[in-house]
Design a protein around this ligand. Sequence first.
Ligand code: HAM
Length: 418
Amino acid sequence: MKIERPKGTRDFTPAEMAERNYVEKVIESVFERANYSQIKTPTFEHVELFEEKSGEDIKAHLYTFEDKKKRVLCLRPEATAPVCRMYAETLRNMPMPVKAYYFDPMFRYEEPQKGRYREFWQLGLELIGAKGALADAEVIYLAYSCLKKLGLRFRLELSHLGVMRGLLSSLKLSESDQRKVIACVDKKDFVEVKKIVGDETFFKLVSLRGGKKELEEARKLLHGYGKASEALNELAEITEILDLLGVEYVVDFGVARGLEYYTGMVFEVRVDCLGAQNQIAGGGRYDDLIELFAGVSVPAVGFAFGFDRVVEAMKEQKISFPKKEVDVVVAPTSSDVRGEAMKIAADLRSSFIVDVDLMERRLGRILEYASVINAKYVVIVGRKDLGRGEVTVRNMLSGEQRNIPLSKIKEEISKDFD
Ligand code: HAM
């Protein structure tokens, strides 16, 4: 019987998991050092959670199913709405701001291609309860720091949805038309946008891309558009903090985001090496989402890495991952010393990464195995040596072998670990 993986899913080999674990650790350590704590939400939720404010794109790609009691559930397509639900249900009494991060699989029924999967991982964070430029800048800074720490080359594109929305409101577009326009701008479908917006100012705005000069141009362009100008001031304030922190960014008024819950600052991170699916992170401020579940208005901001794409971009950019290291392989030379060999391995494991022969192989074969897995030492356990309270320690790099008393094995091996 041949059963294959479901379309859009992947298996990960031990080598791939070692790479993924490394990336996870680097990112999580940046989050932990900024005092964010990990949370978990369920893999499936009531479908209504994503219906109100996630946007058409997400809704079209939901993995929906009915349970035995006819409840309509879905595998989570993203984690921001679940975290807001969790905030309303269980996190409300925590000291503010709530600083939470997650690393979980998400599910979207999309057409798979390079960098786009039906099951994919997001490593993201949400900062709940803090409003203003400082909170926005912190979130952007954390995303930036993680990618710098991993050694990636990337572009951070920054905008503020209040600018686009403010202008569209001044142009008297209804809420639903605004949503349509923002979704089309996100997809760079300007033919559709033209059908709804006639004003040239809008097209000038969304094509503005650069730095301080473009912010100034936007200021001139939006002179007299009250709400849009206010949002622009907020964006300028964020950029000033980012400048202080040494964060490199591109102000791009064409960044719109595919999800509907954003209300303020938005950002996306892109790389050149991944083809069409080149967005490796996205986020922004969503001050109206929590109210939907909690009944009170609570400001919030966050972002998520497309974890798989971060790992893939690192490979494309030839960034090396630390190799998995095996310090010792313990090799019994006959079946009557296997128990003792296992005991020696168990003791050594308090200090080293230790493999022990479990295949009942002959010594020559164990040495071959140790060499294939790049072990640094082989501890050869033989009956005769044991009788003298000794083992033979072989340095796999130099080929040198020495008889060592049982009580001194750790010392011998530690020499090279200083
Ligand atoms: P998003 O932009 O939809 O935002 O997803 C975040 C990241 O997940 C994307 O930048 C992309 O790298 C990755 N991603 C999305 N779909 C796929 C897929 N099918 N296969 C592989 N990777 C994918 C959100 O989900 C928001 N919840 C982010 C956020 C957190 N905003 C505020 N807080």
